[in-house]
Each structure stands twice: as C-alpha cells, then as structure tokens.
Design a protein around this ligand. Sequence first.
Ligand code: ADP
Length: 267
Amino acid sequence: MKRYFFKPGTKINLADWDPNETAEFDGGKNASKNALEKLNQELEPLQELLYAEHKHKVLVILQGMDTSGKDGVIRHVFEGVNPQGVRVASFKVPTPIELAHDYLWRVHQQTPGNGEMVIFNRSHYEDVLVVRVHELVPKSVWQKRYRQINEFERILADEGTLILKFYLHIDLDEQKRRLQARLDDSQKQWKFSVGDLKERQFWPQYTRAYEEALTRTNTSWAPWVIVPANRKWYRNLVIGTILVKALQSLKMKLPAFDGDPKEITIE
Ligand code: ADP
C-alpha cells in the first residue's frame, strides 16, 4: 500500500493518480467482501487494545469531493468496532459561534483523547478547500493556513496522536454516475442535493485546491494517502489495510493487572 503515500515535498498532480486502479488486490470485487470482513475482524481487537491501554490517540481524516464515499468508508471500514471508543465528527458549514472563532477552534475540541479513535468526516481542510474555492476569506488569510495546519497537526502528533489523512480520489465521470444513482433510487434520493450540482461546476477549482493542500500538508507526522476511490470495494480495502497496519505498528499492550488475581476473593 506504500504506493498511495508520497514523500513530503512532492508536488501532487491528481491527473497522475488513477482513481480506477485496483493494483493491490487481485481478487476483484467478489473476493473483496471476505477480505474486508477479515480486516473488520482485525480492527476490532486493535481498537479494544487502544481503548484498554489508554495511551495512544488516533485521528482518521476523510476528505474528498462530494459523493467520494466518506460516509461509505465510515459504515464499512469501521463496522464492528466498539462505539464506546470510536467517535465520528462531521464538519459542516460553520455556525455563527464557530465563525466568530479561529477556524481550528471547533476542530481542536473534537480531537481524540487517550484510548480514543476519532474519524473526521471533513475537517479543517475545508478551510483551504471550500473556503478557498468560494473566496470565503481573502487569499492572504487562507494562504497562511497550510503552515498553521502543519503546526497544529504537529502538536497533536507530539502529544501522542497517530494521524492518518485519506483523500478519496474519484473522477468527474464517477461523480456523475453516483449523483445519477441517487436520483434514480427512491431509497437514495434523500442524499441528493441540488447544491452538489452547483459544487460540481467548480470541479477544476476544487482539484487545484486539493492538489495544493496535498502538496503542502503531507508531513511525516500526518501523512496523506491518495486512495483510488472509483471502486468502493477497493477504497474500503485500501483504507482498512492501512489503518490496521498503522494500529499494529503502535505495539499496544493490555495494561498489566495491578496485583495477583489469585489473591482476590469475590464474596
Ligand atoms: P456531507 O456532504 O459532508 O455529507 P453536507 O451535505 O451537510 O454533508 O455538507 C457539508 C458542507 O459543509 C459541505 O458543502 C462543506 O463544504 C461545508 N463546509 C464544511 N466546513 C466548512 C467551512 N469551514 N466553511 C464553509 N463550508 C464548510
């Protein structure tokens, strides 16, 4: 899965990254179900260990264009984890109170504590994406945010947070198919928003904004992964595999029992 990471300093041109590729898994869609189930089963005890050890914090950031599959990842990759130790934080259009503060104010409050895993469905990256594309603040303001974001994430990492950032890479045709599928299926129509059609017109501007964000905020302490996401099954396998590996690398241990269990009598 190394191919989906890239060296800090690399200039990202998303046209060079194929959203259709499925190179790391030979089995195809049918076999992917079992593979994902296996990953779910591996993730569950790792998350329990994280919770029990109460030492590390884990932050998973999901970003991508509309319909890129952020909700699907949350549903499928995290299936089976204990809701007690995992939380999803979704970042929508800021409220007036949020807008009255600096852009990281609402974000910092949602970061994980010891033993916790938090999944960001959108994040502070919106503040260099939608905010940039729609000029919600002047360039002189958003330009500084890449550096600020790197420093913010550095604080989190230095204080014991494992940070993984996933960019779900789909193309314009795939977005069209997904929007059409929402329109065609009465069970999915609730997800369709005319606003998504408006944002779709800004695809080139969003692409440029993502390319700059990926280029300037890919750090050793908070790396980006560019996930080929046109195939949902492959997207889930890539994220699940990288997450399981990262959690295994923490070498977590259950806390030692304080005392001798044989000497304890339960009346
Ligand atoms: P989602 O698309 O994530 O399922 P919504 O349809 O409610 O959920 O979309 C959330 C919207 O909030 C997105 O259009 C996103 O660009 C916007 N948003 C998130 N953060 C900000 C921000 N800091 N400033 C402006 N808009 C934001």
